[in-house]
Design a protein around this ligand. Structure first.
Ligand code: GLA
Length: 399
């Protein structure tokens, strides 16, 4: 499945070749993938497989791949098996022009640079074993205390020092009536980062023909363990313009949010959003009230209708491109994070500088620190059970 690098193309940097392959350019570099591309005829079902290309070597010398999923409408997603990271997502704007709405890098070294690891933004990555924070890096389960690797002040964030964002996943491209897919599997060993049980995690990304990226998570364990899986994509629906996301209009159907302490750990209180800058039950631009929230938005909203299998989690509209994004999930919460810690030190795809609020995340999830909050929805997976969760990011336009 590897795209052959013909000698003529070695004259240009590898990153450019990969970018061209990833962007579905019509130049000769992309012809080698022709057998696997689809037409833009939306009446046709995609039956071809995603293509893969080298994405560089990790710092320990492992070669990783970049998989390109295309759909019958011309949209495409690229995902690397390093961290199961979504590196780009090309969707149409109001004039039908494709544009990338995801922050990220052209090759794996971008995700492993010293500056990247220092700032830890988790661009586009799969997050586990436990997304978001666990207070003091400790919890008790069935009478036994567990101590986790701390990586966020006094707390554990997004799985610990080496979370699922920093491991190489086994990848299997596939296709179904829904569209092209990539199945990623990882065995998280008993004791990894302090968590109990061998946890086998499978994540399937599917790019559907109606321009949705669907993410299905499943997991099984041989010891009871907390689990909270999500994806940490940073979106900017007008990414190519190099602007921040403060003009994006966001709706979150949540009447309450989890109040946090100074280290962003929930106090246990579910506070009504009414009359506060956290009220996104009707559309508001991100910038409108962000100055009233010290540090910016980085909170978990308690979704309404969470008992419904799939329910609305957020809607976003960007007026310049006309792009819209609708998030649905079966998770009870969503972390809305406005890229507050981005500070311009990271340079991404096509030389874009990622400054404060360059992108926002909508991380579908169970509530932070649930293992220490008995009143929050349960996050413990037991042997014999199968963890299942689905989130869908669907793109459209408003003219
Ligand atoms: C999550 C957290 C944030 C931040 C980002 C990564 O969204 O809630 O506080 O750590 O991840 O930078």
């Amino acid at each position: 499945m590897t795209i052959p690098l013909r000698s003529v193309r070695l004259a240009v940097p590898l990153s450019s070749v990969l970018l061209l392959a990833a962007c579905g350019s019509n130049n000769s570099a992309d012809q080698s993938t022709a057998a696997s591309t689809t037409t833009a005829d939306s009446t046709k079902t995609t039956t071809t497989m995603p293509v893969s290309a080298p994405f560089g070597k990790t710092t320990d010398g492992t070669e990783v791949q970049l998989f390109t999923l295309r759909n019958s409408s011309g949209a495409q997603a690229t995902i690397t098996n390093y961290g199961g990271t979504l590196t780009s997502l090309m969707v149409p704007d109001k004039d039908g022009k494709m544009g990338d709405v995801i922050l990220g890098f052209d090759n794996v070294s971008g995700y492993q640079s010293a500056e990247y690891l220092k700032s830890g933004p988790y661009f586009g990555a799969l997050i586990g074993r436990y997304g978001n924070r666990i207070k003091g890096g400790k919890f008790t389960l069935d009478g036994k205390s567990y101590t986790l690797a701390k990586n966020n002040g006094p707390n554990t964030l997004h799985g610990g020092k080496v979370g699922y964002d920093k491991v190489v996943w086994q990848a299997e491209p596939g296709t179904s009536a829904d569209g092209q897919s990539l199945k990623l599997t990882y065995l998280s060993k008993d004791g990894e980062e302090g968590y109990p049980g061998n946890l086998t995690v499978t994540v399937v990304y599917t790019l559907t023909n109606d321009n949705a990226l669907k993410i299905d998570y499943t997991a099984t364990t041989d010891k009871a363990t907390p689990i909270n899986l999500t994806n940490h994509a940073y979106f900017n629906l007008n990414h190519g313009a190099g602007k921040d996301i403060l003009n994006h209009e966001v709706t979150i159907p949540a009447d309450r949010y989890t109040v946090v302490d100074a280290t962003l750990i929930p106090t246990g209180e579910l506070r009504p959003v009414k009359g506060t800058p956290f009220d996104f039950t009707t559309p508001h631009t991100i910038g409108e009230r962000i100055a009233q929230v010290p540090g910016g938005y980085d909170h978990n909203w308690v979704l309404n209708n969470a008992s419904a299998k799939m329910h609305a989690a957020a809607t976003v509209y960007e007026p310049v491109s006309g792009r819209t994004m609708e998030v649905t999930t079966d998770e009870p919460g969503i972390q809305f994070y406005t890229g507050n810690f981005l500070d311009g030190t990271l340079k991404g795809k096509a030389g874009t500088t990622y400054g404060k609020h360059a992108g926002f995340c909508l991380e579908t999830q169970h509530f932070p620190d649930s293992p220490n909050q008995p009143k929050f929805p349960n996050t413990v997976l037991k042997p014999g059970e199968t963890f299942r969760s689905t989130s869908v990011y669907k793109f459209g336009v408003r003219k």
